[in-house]
Design a protein. Structure first.
Length: 51
């Protein structure tokens, strides 16, 4: 059974400074931000999780 992470945002590594500011100032309801080393992993992640 896959475990889901309660992340509110998912952003590529190139957006890390923006993600930090969002988290620090709690903008857009940012509680937990996942930063990925490649641009759009959810396509592959969705396939990997079987969804």
């Amino acid at each position: 059974m896959p475990v889901r992470t309660p992340a509110t945002h998912r952003l590529p590594l190139t957006k890390a400074p923006h993600a930090y500011e969002m988290f620090r100032r709690e903008r857009d309801g940012a509680v937990k931000i996942l930063i990925w080393p490649w641009p759009w992993p959810w396509r592959w992640l969705r396939l990997w999780l079987g969804g």
